[in-house]
Structure formats: C-alpha cells, structure tokens
Design a protein around this ligand. Structure first.
Ligand code: KE4
Length: 426
C-alpha cells in the first residue's frame, strides 16, 4: 500500500470520509486521494514522495505558487509576535486598506475566516438593509455551505427553495429562489413576480463551481440593471475570481460595480481569510456600528492578515495578470490541439487563469450544459494525468488554476502528457 492509502485508511477511522472537505475525497473521479506532504512553487509532493505539477492551487489561493517566500516570511514573523489576540491589530487595517484601494466598489470591508461566512453574512446584511426576505442564486453557482444557500439547483425558469442537503429545513430555504445561470429572461420573470421582496441577487460573476463558465455578453450588466430597478442588493461572490481573473476581479474585468462583494482564497495567501465589503451605506449597518450582527473569534487573525498583505503586494507587480493569462492561453491552446489530434471532443472554457476542460462539443454556458458533458471520460483523463505527474481538480465541476509559479516548461509538459493520455482515451 502507498503512504496515501495507509493515511487514508487511518483518516477514515477518525474523520468523516477521511477528509475535511468533500471534494478532496476523489469521489467524483474514484480512487484514493493523495495525501500531500509538501508543496513549493508549481509543484506538490505526495506522502510517497512523488511530485506533481499542481493545477488545483488549493482551489484558488495559490496564485503566486506554493510556499511563496514573502508569504512564508510574513507568517513566520507574525507567529513570533503571537498567533491570535482577540483584539484589533494593525495588520487588519493594512489588509483592509489594500482591499478598499484595489476594489473600487468596496468602501468598507469586514474580514471573516471562510467564504461560507462571507456570503452568509453578506446575505444577512442585504436582508437587514432592505428589510426584504427573498434571495436569488443561480444553478451551478456555489457560495459555501450555509443553510439558506444549500438548495437544489433550479430547473426551469425559477424554483422556490428545495433543500439541497438533509438537515436543511424547508423553512430555511423557503425564501431562496434559484434560476439558471446566464438566463436574463429568468431573472426578469423573478423580478416581475418577487421584485418587491427581493433582498439580494448573489452570483459568481464568472462561475467556477460548475467548472469555469463565463457570463454571456450583457448578462452581468442585466443583473446590475434589474437589481437597481427593483432595489435588490447585487452581491458578486468573488471568493474565487477576486484578484484571480484581474487585479480588481471580475467587477474590473467586466466593468460592473456590485453593491456588495465577497472575497476569499487569494486575499489570505492560503491562510483562512475571507471578507465581505461594499458601499459604506450598507456596510455601516454591520455591528457594532449598526444593528446587523456578525462576529468571529479568529476574524482578522494576525498571521492571516500578514499573509494576505504579502500576497496582494506581490500581485501589484506590473504584467502579472498578462503573464498569467498568457500561460493559461498556452495551456488552453495546447490541450485543444492535443484533443483534436486524438479525435476527442473537448470544450475548454477559460477566463483569465481559470479553466475547465469539458468532454463535449459545447458550448458550456450553464449547469445543464456542463452536466451534459462526459464526466466518466473526465475521470479517466484525470487519472491518466495524475499517473503522469499532473494534478488536476478531482472533479469535473471545478476550475483548474494556473499560477505565476508555473513555467512555460510546466505548461508544455502538461500539454505533452495530455496528448498521450487523450490518445489512449480515444
Ligand atoms: P469556503 O467556505 O470553502 O472558504 O468558501 C466557499 C465558497 C464561496 N464562494 C465561492 C465562489 C467558492 O468557490 C467557494 C469555495 N470553493 C470551493 C471550490 N470550488 C472550495 C473547495 C472545497 O469546498 O473544499
């Protein structure tokens, strides 16, 4: 047995499913999850010492590569000054200043410890600010696991909340509406029917949780206009896209100013940091300034704040995003050529340095078309790549990420490996 297999056997005795987050268990692709012993730059090493070029990047945070020296140093120095104070510290103000400066729609920001907390808090704030109850999310978009967001993906124009998990009561999702992503008519119908009681529309401006799916031209602009017209709060969940697809996130890339933004992943440099922020008029309603309650023991943790500052500072280097995009285009073009040569139907969605290969003709523009792809073939592709040292996301409905630590050589090695794997799949 490999070390990962032995560790997984032990883990399953004391941790449900042997993992602390379900997607890590390889359930979608089968097989035993790799236990990682070390990661540096573009690579990870498993418990058996085998190395992989990594395209999961901890599901987004590792845009600078693993063990990025300025982040490691910042965390080491912060730890030597104590690991948590439960009191305000300068590092919180330093990171908040950076976020407010870099994301124009954010006047004020509150740090929390996970994307789930950020979106849950942003929705409570939107409901408190508007005095309304209903919220709208989109099928295939994931915003963390708070009860009100765990609804079955809507089919058809709009679906009233149906619990998406045991333990979620019908009452907690009764005010959660769902509609297909990229369907403006569905949103118009919902605004028509519920606009007066719609507190918020929450969207991944570029979806990453059904695989990478871009907004259609005009879609985000339509959401902005419709929410403005009916008085609902527009929440961009940029936990994944923030500082990923552009320095100012999707809202910069698409020129939209949401009312609230959720951030996470990259702003913590790999440590537990997430945030929600937006217009002062709304944020000033958050306790202790306003009446809407939200709190957290480790919010603004000094080590996490130091890691976040180091990450955002490093991302200010001129040309960073152009370089990320160029590397990811190289990968996208290479994979497409390899699939064509192998006679395998492959649709590769890419936005910035996020991308997802779908084994179908395409286009993949919403959850229904994503689910229509050949996920069994994806699983075979995943394992073929893994066996040859390339670590892709172990699930079709996830995005792969390229980092500034990936070299052109890494990309070319990945493409060459894909060509060989795809040829065997055909
Ligand atoms: P966390 O609670 O996992 O920190 O963030 C939830 C969340 C919110 N919003 C978006 C757009 C997200 O992508 C996420 C979490 N992303 C997943 C990966 N698709 C995290 C991986 C996992 O669940 O282990």
């Amino acid at each position: 047995m490999t070390q990962s297999e032995l560790l997984f056997e032990r883990a399953q005795k004391v941790i449900p499913g042997g993992v602390n987050s379900p997607v890590r268990a390889f359930k979608a692709v089968g097989g035993t999850p790799l236990f990682i012993r070390k990661a540096e730059g573009s690579r990870m090493w498993d418990a058996d010492g085998k190395s992989y070029i990594d395209y999961v990047g901890s599901w987004g945070p590792m845009i600078l590569g693993h063990a990025f020296p300025p982040i490691v140093e910042a965390v080491q120095q912060a730890a030597a000054r104590g690991t948590s104070y439960g009191a305000p510290c300068a590092a919180e103000v330093e990171l908040a200043d950076r976020v407010v400066r870099l994301v124009p729609s954010i006047d004020k920001v509150r740090f929390v410890s996970s994307g789930t907390e950020a979106t849950m808090s942003a929705l409570r704030l939107a409901r408190g600010f508007t005095g309304r109850n209903k919220i709208l999310k989109f099928g295939g978009c994931y915003h963390g696991h708070s009860d009100g967001l765990l609804v079955a993906a809507g089919s058809g124009v709009a679906t009233l909340g149906i619990p998406g998990s045991p333990g979620v009561t019908p009452g907690t999702v009764a005010d959660t509406l769902t509609a297909p992503f990229n369907d403006v008519a569905a949103v118009e119908a919902i605004v028509q029917a519920h606009g007066g009681d719609l507190a918020a529309v929450i969207v991944e401006p570029v979806a990453g949780n059904m695989g990478c799916v871009a907004p259609r031209d005009g879609y985000l602009q339509a959401l902005r206009a419709l929410t403005k017209a009916c008085g609902a709060v527009l929440i961009f969940d940029e936990v994944m896209t923030g500082f990923r697809i552009a320095r100012g996130g999707a809202q910069e890339a698409y020129g939209i100013s949401p009312d609230l933004t959720c951030l996470g992943k990259i702003i913590g440099g790999g440590l537990p940091v997430a945030a929600y922020g937006g217009r002062a008029e709304i944020m000033d309603c958050v306790a202790p300034l306003g009446p809407i309650y939200q709190a957290g023991t480790l919010s603004g943790n000094p080590l996490a704040m130091a890691a976040g500052c180091a990450a955002l500072d490093a991302l200010q280097k001129a040309g960073s995003y152009q370089h990320l995009d160029a590397l990811t285009v190289r990968l996208q073009v290479g994979l497409a050529r390899a699939a064509q040569a192998a006679g395998v139907m492959l649709t590769i969605n890419r936005v910035g340095s996020m991308l997802t290969p779908f084994f179908c003709r395409g286009p993949v523009s919403d959850f229904a078309s994503a689910k229509a792809s050949d996920t069994a073939l994806f699983a075979r592709f995943f394992h073929g790549m893994l066996a040859n040292g390339i670590y892709l996301p172990p699930a079709q409905f996830e995005a792969a990420f390229v980092s500034l630590a990936h070299s052109e050589r890494d990309i070319d090695e990945t493409v060459a490996t894909a060509a060989a794997v795809l040829a065997k799949l055909a």
